[in-house]
Design a protein around this ligand. Structure first.
Ligand SMILES: Nc1ncnc2c1ncn2[C@@H]1O[C@H](COP(=O)(O)OP(=O)(O)OP(=O)(O)O)[C@@H](O)[C@H]1O
Ligand SMILES: [Mg+2]
Length: 175
């Protein structure tokens, strides 16, 4: 799916929508040129997850960890732009983040660490078109199916409650 955003706020809002369907163990790769909006988009993801701390463009930090109090998970914002080697990433603890079921990883400039990815990441592409920015992402990220995967128990509980509600309503009406 492709979405065009016409302001920083719109990109943050889209990041927020997509961030709402992410959960621990997810790895999101953000590709796009300098200034295409990768960090801006990550701000929205962080907001949706309730991740603490400011999402910034790290000058020297390769990985910034933002704890998520309400779920006990964490957001790892990884930016490999200034990295010299894959060893540097490993020494900084990238694999602890990538293979942790309680960590949502968002990676800017992912090509440098792609050999470390064990499963298919959620790929998001950003492009600065001058006036606007275009963001391309998998269709199912905005669909309910992805969200229900996050909490299947709540999903089924909702169905059971609805069935009970309509049964009671039917009994009351037919009395
Ligand atoms: N529609 C838009 N979407 C995203 N950013 C926008 C938009 N319009 C203007 N901007 C501005 O463009 C800049 C994007 O910078 P950002 O740091 O998010 O890019 P980046 O892809 O992370 O860059 P880098 O590769 O240097 O890390 C910000 O200053 C932001 O305010
Ligand atoms: Mg950035």
């Amino acid at each position: 799916m492709k979405k065009v955003t016409n302001s920083t706020e719109e990109t943050i809002a889209l990041g927020r929508k997509i961030g709402a369907s992410l959960h621990g163990g997810d790895v999101v790769t953000l590709t796009g040129d300098l200034g295409s909006g990768k960090t801006t988009f990550t701000k929205g993801i962080a907001q949706a997850l309730g991740a603490e701390g400011m999402v910034t463009s790290p000058t020297f930090t390769l990985i910034q960890v933002h704890p998520i109090k309400k779920t006990g998970e964490q957001l790892a914002h990884i930016d490999t732009y200034r990295t010299e080697s894959i060893e540097e990433c490993i020494n900084a603890g990238i694999t602890d983040m990538l293979y942790n079921k309680k960590t949502i990883c968002v990676i800017e400039w992912p090509s440098k660490v792609k050999t470390l990815l064990k499963k298919q990441p959620i790929r998001i592409e950003l492009k600065n078109d001058g006036e606007s920015h275009t963001i391309t992402f998998p269709d199912d990220l905005l669909k309910e199916t992805h969200i229900t995967k996050k909490n299947p128990i709540a999903y089924w509980l909702f169905f059971i409650i609805m069935i009970m509600f309509y049964t009671l309503l039917y009994q009351a009406v037919t009395k």
